[in-house]
Design a protein. Structure first.
Length: 386
């Protein structure tokens, strides 16, 4: 069957037909109460979650020392994890708090992308009950007042930067020329910065038809671009998936760096989406080339022991990588830098995608062919066909 599919791939013609480039979405700043409450619950359950050194993070940790969650709530959250319900799924479900119109779409997404989650309706019910009860207790606290002030200040600052944000979104649309039928986003809702969320983290949720919610720090514009790009790249990769053989999908997973697989698992879909986005956002957009060992060694020379220890404490995956090679200090990492790079950082999938982007930029039909069409006609040819 694989050989037959491979023969079909060899004979695939370039997609033809007119496409309509998506229009610039409406951009709004909108608080998401459910997501904010869920962050507070995560902090209450684990004081090391998210930010730990900022004033809001320390005030929140102190608040929960004096006002701990009930053992029943803690047990329910931990039971979610034991059932395989991950943080992303719980954030998605939390977005339905005070927004019942989103529930159907979110539950459909869970069923499609998280099939291992058993009885998501029951998880949803329990989570909403926890959020409702917690909201009633927390909303009258002094800490809630401080959070409200910070969120409003952030919202006002984002409004001042709205034109800059719009220009960045339009620049991405101009490069990828997403088909409006593939990327159905008429409104982007940027959530005011969560004081507990780490600055280098972000999330995006297609929470309702035509609406795309982005949680990202106000000053981390690269991450804002990254999260928006998921609305363009993910549906393209879904279409590409129909062309790829199982062996090609396996090859994608093998090409990805061990570091990326550690963060996103072995599944080709997430790895390919992430690498399409990261290669554009972190490399191509900045007129850089993929990281070499020399680049990696240079970064280590600019790193401090304090920075190393902080990353070791905050990043479980970095700690696991260092433990695997017996690395306990920055000097250890420098001594084993080549071994570390080869095992975790070397990324052949990025090299392949970088070259693919270069070909896309040089395509002869720049106005009549968008990124989706180029991917569907050319990408599978870059992978083994057997």
């Amino acid at each position: 069957m694989d050989k037959f599919e491979s023969k079909i791939n060899q004979n695939i013609k370039k997609p033809e037909g007119v496409f309509e480039v998506m229009k610039t979405p409406e951009i709004v700043i909108q608080e998401e109460r459910g997501a904010q409450l869920f962050s507070l619950l995560l902090k209450a359950e684990n004081p090391d979650w998210g930010e730990t050194e900022t004033t809001p993070a320390m005030e929140t940790a102190d608040y929960f020392k004096d006002n701990p969650l009930s053992s029943e709530v803690i047990d329910t959250i931990r039971d979610f994890y034991e059932q395989g319900v991950d943080e992303e799924t719980l954030y998605n479900l939390a977005l339905t708090y005070k927004h019942p119109e989103r529930a159907k779409k979110v539950l459909e997404m869970v069923a499609k992308y998280k099939p291992h989650v058993k009885n998501p309706q029951e998880v949803h019910r329990k989570l909403l009950e926890i959020l409702e009860n917690f909201d009633q207790v927390f909303s009258d606290s002094l800490l809630a007042e401080k959070f409200a002030i910070k969120i409003e200040d952030d919202r006002n600052e984002r409004l001042k930067r709205l034109e800059e944000t719009r220009q960045r979104i339009e620049s991405l649309i101009d490069f990828f020329k997403p088909d409006s039928k593939t990327t159905d986003v008429q409104k982007i809702s940027f959530v005011p910065t969560d004081p507990l969320y780490r600055k280098n983290s972000g999330r995006a949720f297609p929470a309702f038809p035509g609406e795309y919610i982005i949680i990202s720090h106000i000053d981390n514009v690269d991450n804002q671009d990254h999260e928006f790009l998921h609305s363009i790249i993910n549906p393209i990769v879904e279409k590409l998936s129909q062309q790829l053989t199982d062996k090609q999908k396996g090859e994608i997973s093998k090409l990805a760096s061990e570091k990326l697989r550690q963060d996103y698992g072995e599944g080709y879909f997430s790895l390919l989406c992430e690498e399409f986005i990261r290669t554009y956002n972190d490399v191509l957009k900045k007129d850089k080339s993929p990281q070499t060992y020399e680049d990696f060694a240079k970064k280590l020379n600019e790193f401090s022991e304090g920075g190393f220890q902080k990353e070791l404490k905050q990043s479980r995956n970095f700690r696991l990588r260092c433990d695997k090679l017996g690395i306990n200090s920055l000097d250890d990492l420098r001594d084993k830098s080549l071994e570390y790079f080869k095992q975790f950082e070397e990324n052949h999938l990025r090299d392949l995608i970088f070259k693919f982007y270069q070909e896309y930029k040089k395509r002869p039909n720049k106005e009549g062919e968008n990124f989706e069409q180029f991917v569907l006609s050319e990408f599978s040819k870059k992978l083994p066909l057997v």
